[in-house]
Ligand binder design. Structure first.
Ligand SMILES: Cc1cc2nc3c(=O)[nH]c(=O)nc-3n(C[C@H](O)[C@H](O)[C@H](O)COP(=O)(O)OP(=O)(O)OC[C@H]3O[C@@H](n4cnc5c(N)ncnc54)[C@H](O)[C@@H]3O)c2cc1C
Length: 299
């Protein structure tokens, strides 16, 4: 299934994102996570693309294996980092041969130790260039990234809106956003993007807070460029232990997802960090209103 077709169904589309684990223990946890999330019948899952050869190989293997063995639709992430067009073409040929139908085309972040991204000779400088390359030769449904609060290298969000349109013109059929916490940022972005001619689904990416360290100045949210609303920060700071932090994170994510879906978002893409617990409870909470609400009351 091409994921663009799922978004045309009119029903909210739910997806989970994983990354290739570094070791056996991580691989076991990922398999447990997939087993736990499978009964929720997500519309698709995706697997990120790293910088090294081994992790990239794992992305291809995992996407193929998930689709074949679980029947869940799977999307491969692909970046421009450190690859020529010829090398990327080899990966795309393999994915196509393995019946993978969906790819998200990304530029990627500068490799460790480098402050700015520089394109390989014979490679690509932007996600949109990679998307155009893919659409020129393969039948994949191609997704791309969007940034409701602006990409960390951009001057302002208007840049990202312009480049969202460039991605669409390059053949991107679905945009998935960077994680964010305030639905207002998403709706402002979508309104401006529609005015700029972006008509493809813009899917909010959501990650429940699961640890206070994520909010630190050097934590993962700061690195992603996501602004932490004052109310959320205060609630996390007031939480007495990790369990209470998780309850705050779940309650926030559930409220965020409800607002997003009630106001017209086409679905939710959950960043899972390869753990089932948070995404499971938010997703179930959306469907039943029960388990995650228990978490909310605990907060
Ligand atoms: C849903 C999602 C999934 C991701 N998965 C991965 C992953 O698997 N692996 C990974 O390494 N990273 C991943 N990332 C992170 C992503 O690679 C980084 O955010 C990266 O810095 C930008 O990628 P991009 O495709 O958006 O780049 P681009 O669209 O190329 O944008 C990068 C910068 O260049 C600017 N820009 C864009 N187009 C142009 C243009 N034509 N001319 C001039 N400037 C331009 C943009 O405003 C932005 O500041 C993901 C991000 C998201 C949102």
């Amino acid at each position: 299934m091409r994921i663009a077709d799922a978004y045309r169904s009119g029903k909210p589309v739910f997806s989970f994102e994983f990354f290739p684990p570094k070791d056996e223990k991580g691989m076991r946890r990922l398999h447990d996570t997939i087993a736990a999330l499978r009964p929720l019948r997500p519309d698709f899952v995706s697997v990120t693309y790293g910088a090294g050869g081994t992790t990239r190989e794992l992305t291809i293997e995992l996407v193929t294996e998930i689709k074949r063995d679980t029947g869940i639709e799977a999307m491969a992430h692909l970046t421009c980092v450190g690859s020529t067009a010829t090398e990327i073409a080899r990966v795309l040929d393999r994915l196509a041969a393995d019946d993978v139908e969906n790819v998200i085309a990304l530029r990627g972040d500068p490799p460790k130790g480098q402050t700015a991204f520089s394109a390989m000779e014979g490679g690509f400088a932007h996600g949109s260039e990679l998307a155009a390359f893919i659409r020129s030769r393969w039948p994949f449904c191609v997704a791309g990234a969007a940034y409701p609060e602006g990409h960390i290298e951009s001057r302002d969000v208007d840049d990202d809106i312009r480049y969202a349109k460039v991605k669409q013109d390059a053949g991107v059929e679905v945009l998935i956003t960077q994680l964010f916490f305030d639905p207002h940022d998403y709706f402002t972005f979508v309104t401006k993007a529609r005015a700029a001619g972006v008509s493809v689904p813009i899917v909010p990416g959501v990650m429940p807070v699961t640890s206070a360290s994520q909010l630190a100045p050097t934590g993962m949210f700061a690195r992603s460029g996501a602004r932490i609303p004052d109310t959320l920060r205060r609630r996390v700071e007031a939480a007495r232990d990790e369990q209470a932090v998780q309850a705050v994170g779940l309650a926030w994510a559930l409220g965020q997802c409800r607002t997003l879906l009630e106001t017209g978002a086409p679905g939710i893409h959950f960043y899972t960090l390869n753990r089932s617990h948070a995404a499971y409870r938010v997703y179930r909470g959306l469907r039943t209103g029960l388990p995650a609400m228990v978490g909310a009351r605990e907060a």
